[in-house]
Design a protein around this ligand. Structure first.
Ligand SMILES: [Zn+2]
Length: 179
């Protein structure tokens, strides 16, 4: 997160590191995501859901990589930035997504198009992770600000489709959540 939609809060004590769970593994050093207990609970809940689904499909425990942020909610431990899912960067997942979608606009047969897109939805862990965060996470929405979930898919999938170019560019390679 850098600016524009950043919201600042009072510092809060008692921060904790986000730890690996039964259905997901934190690949990054624990100091990369030291957050409020509230955010840690919310993230661990969503990560568990995501990990369970991923496990069902590929039978591997899915790894998540955080990097520390600096601005806004990060200053007080109320935000986390995720850069890699399943060992692959979110920018790479997004590029794969775009590459799958582009030729689809040229495919006339609707069933064939649906089949290709379904395949990408079923196998793109980056997109699946974003959608899990969007569907099952309860993120901060400070008064007058958008829901604090930003990432490479925000413009196409929401929740804040009018995201500025500036903010979208700032989240091409990671997902930001705040609570
Ligand atoms: Zn951030």
């Amino acid at each position: 997160m850098s600016s524009g939609a950043v919201f600042e809060m009072e510092p809060c004590r008692g921060r904790v590191a986000i730890r690996s769970g039964k259905n997901f593994r934190v690949d990054s050093p624990s100091c990369n995501a030291v957050v409020t207990p509230e955010l840690s609970r919310e993230l661990e809940h969503v990560l568990d859901l995501f990990g369970r689904n991923a496990k069902r499909k590929c039978q591997n425990i899915v790894g998540i990589f955080f990097k520390p942020g600096i601005f806004g909610h990060h200053k007080v431990g109320r935000a986390a930035d995720i850069y890699r899912v399943g060992g692959v960067g979110l920018d790479v997942w997004k590029r794969r997504w775009d590459e799958a979608w582009q030729p689809c606009s040229r495919i006339r047969n609707a069933n064939e198009r649906r089949r290709l897109l379904d395949h990408e939805r079923q196998t793109n862990l980056g997109w699946q992770f974003y959608k899990t965060l969007q569907t099952y996470g309860r993120w901060a929405q400070p008064y007058g600000y958008p829901i604090q979930l930003f990432g490479p898919w925000t413009r196409s999938e929401g929740p804040w489709k009018p995201i500025s170019d500036f903010l979208l560019n700032a989240h091409r390679d990671h997902i930001h959540v705040a609570k």
